[in-house]
Write a protein that binds this ligand. Structure first.
Ligand code: F6P
Ligand code: MN
Length: 322
C-alpha cells in the first residue's frame, strides 16, 4: 500500500511542504491517541475558559491546540499559525515558508458522546515582507491554498487531503504508525438525495433557504420529484466526510440569530479547506453568493455561510439564492 510520503512525492509536492505535513501528522497521531484514551486519562469535559468565538473550550480543544502548535513550531517550516483556539496569530519561525490555519478539534462537543471529531487544516505560502505576527499574511483567498485536509478521529483515523492534485484518503495503520493511501482521487457523485442541515434553525434562515429545504422535505410530491434523506453529525468533519464518501449537500447557511455572525463556520480553518477538498473531488462549495475559494478574508476568525457537496444539488440550491 502507498504511504502518505510516497503519494506526496508522486504528486510533486515540494520537500519543505512534505516535511511540514509530516510534522502535522505527528501531531494528529498524538491527538488520535489522546482522544482514544478518553475517560481513562481524564481528558474529557470542559475547561473554565472561552475561546475568541465565545465557545466554552473543551479540555481536548486546548490539548489538541497545544500539540499542533508544538509540532509546527518545531518543524521550522511554519512562519505563523492561526487557530480557532487562539485569539491572535502565533508567530513561529520568521524564515518559515508556510502559514498554517487549523481547527484543532472540530465538533469537540461530540467528545461527550464518543462520536466523530477531527482536525481541519489549511496551508498557504507566507507573503514576503509580512511579519510572522501580522495576521494580514492570512488574508488570502482559498485559491492560494497549497494543501488542505482533515484528520477524522472515528472508528478508524483517516486523513483526507489535497495538495491540488485530487483529493486522496489515507487510513492510519496504528500498528506501523503510517497513513496509508486507501482511496485516491475520490469523486463526489454529482447527484444526491441526501441533505445535511441543522433543521432546528429553520425559523432563522433567509426565505430562499427556507424555500429550498421546504421543497426537499415535500419529496416526490414536490417540485424536485424525489424523496430526500437527512443526516446531521454536528461536526463538520463528519458531515463533509459523508458527503465526500457518498455524495450529499451540506449547509450551514446565514441565519438571523446574531447578525454579527454571517453563518457559523469559520472561513480560514473550516469552510475554505473543506471547499478545497470538495472542489478537488469534483463538487462545489459556495457561500450562496460566491465560490468559497474566491472569498477574500478580512479577519482570521471570519465566518461565512456555507453550501457544499454534490455539484448538481449545490447548483439546484443556488438557483433559489440567486
Ligand atoms: O465548528 C463548528 C461546528 O461544530 C461544526 O463542526 C458543525 O458542523 C457545527 O458547528 C454544528 O453546529 P450546531 O451546533 O448548530 O449543530
Ligand atoms: Mn469547528
Amino acid at each position: 500500500m502507498t504511504r502518505l510520503n510516497s503519494q506526496l512525492q508522486q504528486d510533486d509536492v515540494p520537500l519543505e511542504l512534505v516535511l511540514l505535513i509530516q510534522s502535522l501528522m505527528v501531531g494528529c497521531k498524538e491527538i488520535s491517541f489522546r482522544v482514544g484514551q478518553g475517560a481513562l486519562t481524564g481528558v474529557l469535559g470542559s475547561t473554565s475558559s472561552e475561546n475568541v468565538q465565545g465557545e466554552t473550550q473543551k479540555k481536548l480543544d486546548v490539548i489538541s491546540n497545544q500539540i499542533l502548535k508544538d509540532v509546527l513550531i518545531e518543524s521550522g517550516h511554519v512562519k505563523s499559525i492561526s487557530s480557532e483556539e487562539e485569539d491572535d496569530v502565533v508567530a513561529c519561525n520568521p524564515e518559515g515558508k508556510y502559514l498554517v490555519s487549523f481547527d484543532p478539534l472540530d465538533g469537540s462537543s461530540n467528545t461527550e458522546i464518543n462520536s466523530l471529531i477531527g482536525t481541519i487544516f489549511s496551508i498557504t505560502h507566507g507573503t514576503d515582507g509580512i511579519q510572522a505576527d501580522d495576521p494580514s499574511g492570512f488574508l488570502q483567498p482559498g485559491t492560494q491554498i497549497a494543501a488542505a485536509g482533515y484528520v477524522l478521529y472515528g472508528p478508524s483515523t483517516m486523513l483526507v487531503m489535497s495538495t491540488g492534485n485530487g483529493t486522496h484518503v489515507y487510513t492510519l495503520d496504528k500498528t506501523q504508525g503510517d497513513f496509508l493511501l486507501t482511496e485516491s482521487n475520490i469523486q463526489i457523485p454529482a447527484d444526491t438525495a441526501e441533505f445535511s442541515i441543522n433543521m432546528s434553525n429553520q425559523r432563522h434562515w433567509e426565505p430562499n433557504i427556507q424555500a429550498y429545504v421546504a421543497d426537499l422535505l415535500v419529496g416526490k410530491e414536490g417540485p424536485r420529484g424525489k424523496n430526500f434523506n437527512m443526516r446531521w453529525v454536528a461536526a463538520m468533519v463528519g458531515d463533509v466526510h459523508r458527503v465526500l464518501s457518498r455524495g450529499g449537500i451540506f449547509l450551514y447557511p446565514f441565519d438571523n440569530r446574531d447578525p454579527s455572525k454571517p453563518g457559523k463556520l469559520r472561513l480560514l480553518y473550516e469552510a475554505s479547506p473543506m471547499a478545497f477538498l470538495v472542489e478537488q473531488a469534483g463538487g462545489m462549495a459556495s457561500t450562496g453568493e460566491t465560490r468559497i475559494l474566491d472569498v477574500m478574508p478580512t479577519d482570521i476568525h471570519q465566518r461565512v455561510p456555507t453550501v457544499l457537496g454534490s455539484k448538481n444539488e449545490v447548483e439546484a440550491c443556488l438557483a433559489y439564492t440567486k
